[in-house]
Design a protein around this ligand. Structure first.
Ligand code: NAP
Length: 252
């Protein structure tokens, strides 16, 4: 077969699971997919109020939405999340691994616990979600997995090494899964640059980020959500790719 032809996977009425979907970038992705006619499995951990607000906004767009609470740092919660997802919807067609933890770990202060936390939430949980859901997608012969990485996976920030290493691991997992789950499931990554300031960044640090960024500003959650929309809706012929949506940081 030279080409399967166009158009791509029909997403209207199908289901997307978004981790950390209550607020910030996850909320923007959730509402974009709801706007495309998808139903949502909206995962959250602490942000129940935001999750309810995102749920209501998605329902106004016509989506059916189920909220799923889980601590992705606990493998028992990850497996419970998978079981509950399939209790609500028979199939998952899109998995967006968006949830993540991010805090400073200067070299002199890093503890083993920090490594365990970053790797559990940012790498192991996305992997095991992709393992369970990706294999079902493979059997159903369609599906898309999108992992939120970070441009600093490729140019590590010196005070965030365990975080950057966890995201570099997620980049490797993205490319590996893309091979394993082909030809039915497309697995891609998005490497955001500065989109929303982190809670522990000072005013001066944010100013330095803008100065270093070629496009001289922060991006918007909508920039990331549009990249997700592209990968989910516009093409089935991209897999194993990692898109920098980073204001040019990778070429700076
Ligand atoms: N913001 C940026 O500029 C930027 C830059 C580069 C890369 N990224 C990547 O883009 C993605 C979204 O960024 P963001 O800034 O919107 O993320 P965020 O606000 O830092 O985190 C997203 C969500 O992750 C969830 N989360 C954290 N720890 C968890 C745990 N133990 N169990 C389950 N969920 C947990 C939280 O859910 P609850 O609130 O419900 O607890 C949180 O709302 C992340 O993967 C991030 O690494 C973002």
């Amino acid at each position: 077969m030279l080409s399967k032809g166009f158009p791509t996977m029909e997403i209207q009425g199908k289901t997307a699971l978004i981790t950390g979907g209550a607020k910030r970038i996850g909320r923007s992705i959730a509402l974009t997919l709801a706007g495309e006619g998808m139903n949502l499995l909206l995962h959250y951990h602490h942000s129940l109020k935001d999750a309810h607000e995102t749920q209501k906004a998605a329902e106004r767009l016509g989506a059916r939405v189920h909220l799923l609470k889980a601590d992705l740092g606990k493998s028992s919660d990850v497996h419970k999340l998978i079981r509950e997802a399939y209790r609500h919807f028979p199939k998952v067609h899109v998995l967006v691994n968006n949830a993540s933890i991010f805090y400073k770990t200067p070299l002199g202060k890093v503890k083993e616990k920090d490594w365990d936390t970053f790797f559990a939430i940012n790498l192991k949980a996305p992997f095991f979600l992709a393992q369970a859901i990706g294999l079902k997608m493979f059997r159903q012969k369609e599906g898309k997995i999108i992992n939120l990485i970070d441009w600093t996976a490729f140019r590590p920030y010196s005070r965030y090494l365990p975080y950057c290493a966890s995201k570099a691991g997620l980049a490797a997992v993205t490319q590996g899964l893309a091979k394993i789950l082909a030809p039915y499931v497309q697995v891609n990554g998005i490497a955001p640059g500065p989109i929303l300031p982190s809670r522990d960044a000072t005013f001066q640090e944010n100013k330095r980020i803008i100065k270093r960024t070629p496009l001289k500003r922060f991006g918007d959650p909508g920039d990331i959500a549009e990249a997700v929309r592209f990968l989910v809706k516009a093409t089935d012929f991209v897999t194993g790719a990692i898109f920098p949506i980073d204001g040019g940081n990778l070429i700076a």
